[in-house]
Design a protein around this ligand. Structure first.
Ligand code: NAD
Length: 424
């Protein structure tokens, strides 16, 4: 159902695209192809728990499309992972890679597990077992996984270990099978912060285009890799971050939080609740706790969902007060919410553009591994900015020319590249 609804948003641009490109037959064919993944791998992953019991976990790797290059996409660990969700995220990867001009296709993977319930040893073994199961389908010339929700460079490093083990090869280029590795393990400078950095670059461009005056208030749902790094970049630029949250709840302060101190406090306490850190101090008088649902509905200039999909839906879309939504999570708005908010005149910066910094820098990591290079963080961020500038300008021009919203314009840009490739 999630896939169907997401694909519906995409189908809305079919007629527009037909008006731009006079080749209805092949456009229909392309949509028919994109409507289904090219390959769906479902695996059962056995894990011997610390207590000696065997538990079987469900895992997926879904390869949506490889017209533009090898499959690429993250792996998530989450207790509600399912085929429909992974299929949707794989489709979005195809569209995202095309939109930002990468020679990569789209894929996604996941394991249905709550990683917080596993010991470190169990987590390592589960990650390695997953690699065993999908080994034949991944590699630098096939499919290149990366981190996503609840996975990080440590988990990716375990996966690389297992991949090299099975390959029984010393060829370091094989490390390009995964991106998001630690720096010591041939990861890229800047990959950790890349998705947040990309979000900052895109938001700044929107603010400039619309000529909106700062300071602007921000609420961010999700305080993991994406939410935290973005919060930090935006704080440095003078945005006022008045609300933050993680899976356990949220915090609010009209003064605006210092994300670095909030993170330090969260690590000490194990939760974000009570971490009212403003300027250089954390003080109970400086803020209050809020519910995750409240965070989405507070009166703020910019709302940034950075956790999970479908959090803004038919039930709460009407209550959203933000003027801009920067979709850092994948698919945070349902199709109905998208319609309601567009009607209200909210500017929605779509996931495929807003969070594309991650896959762009993953691509740089892959290039560095294959060419035996090491780029500085400065070079990584400069190159990232070039890719995002180009994609943003293309999207903006289409949006202006056709008088459509940013999501539709992004779909059109992505479709153009996919169609060019399909034609040949
Ligand atoms: P993460 O695991 O590092 O962080 C997820 C955060 O969301 C955590 O703070 C967690 O506590 C919070 N969270 C979980 N459930 C929540 C809930 N119900 N309400 C509020 N907060 C909740 O994951 P991440 O890598 O930051 O990914 C976040 C989103 O960004 C996902 O949609 C992911 O697909 C997308 N994304 C990630 C990357 C990347 O490079 N990591 C790239 C593109 C898109």
């Amino acid at each position: 159902m999630i896939f169907e609804n997401t694909f519906k948003k995409f189908l809305e641009v079919k007629d527009l695209f037909k008006n731009l490109v006079n080749d209805n037959k092949r456009i229909e064919e392309l949509f028919k192809i994109l409507e289904k993944p090219q390959r769906e791998i479902k695996v059962r992953i056995p894990l011997k728990k610390d207590n000696g019991e065997l538990e079987i976990f469900e895992g997926y790797r879904i390869q949506h499309n490889n017209f533009l290059g090898v499959y690429k996409g993250g792996i998530r660990y989450f207790k509600e992972v399912n085929e429909d969700e992974i299929k949707t995220l794989a489709f979005l990867m195809t569209i995202k890679c095309s939109l930002v001009g990468l020679s990569l296709g789209g894929a996604k993977g996941g394991i249905k597990v709550d990683p917080k319930t596993l010991s470190e040893r169990e987590l390592e073994n589960l990650s390695k077992e997953y690699v065993k199961k999908i080994y034949d389908f991944i590699g630098p010339a096939k499919d290149i996984p990366a981190p996503d929700v609840n996975t990080n460079s440590k988990i990716i490093d375990w996966m690389v270990d297992e991949y090299l083990n099975i390959s029984n090869s010393k060829d370091m280029k094989l490390k390009a099978t995964f991106t998001g590795k630690s720096i010591e393990n041939n990861g890229s400078e800047g990959r950790e912060e890349a998705t947040g950095k990309g979000g900052e670059i895109i938001l700044e461009k929107i603010v400039q285009k619309l000529n909106i005056k700062k300071p602007l208030t921000i609420a961010i749902q999700g305080f993991g890799n994406v939410g935290y790094n973005l919060a930090e970049f935006l704080y440095q630029r003078g945005y006022k971050i008045i609300a933050l949250s993680d899976s356990k709840g949220g915090i609010y302060s009209k003064e605006g939080f210092n994300p670095e101190l909030v993170m330090k406090c969260k690590k000490e306490k194990g939760m974000i609740s009570g971490c009212y850190c403003v300027g250089s101090i954390c003080d109970p008088k400086l803020g209050k706790d809020i519910l995750n649902e409240e965070l989405l509905e507070i009166d703020v200039d910019i709302l940034i969902p950075s956790a999970l999909e479908n959090v803004i839906n038919q039930k709460n879309a009407d209550k959203i007060k933000a003027k801009i939504i920067l979709e850092m999570a994948n698919n945070p708005l349902t199709e109905e919410a998208d319609k309601i908010l567009n009607k209200k005149g909210v500017i929605i910066i779509p996931d495929i553009l807003a969070n594309s910094g991650g896959v762009i820098v993953s691509y740089f990591e892959m290039l560095q591994n294959l060419n035996n290079e090491k780029w500085s963080k400065e070079k990584v961020f400069n190159e990232l900015e070039k890719y995002l500038n180009k994609s943003f300008n293309e999207v903006w021009q289409i949006k202006e020319n056709l008088n459509i919203d940013l999501r539709k314009a992004s779909f059109i840009v992505a479709l153009k590249r996919l169609f060019e490739k399909y034609k040949t």
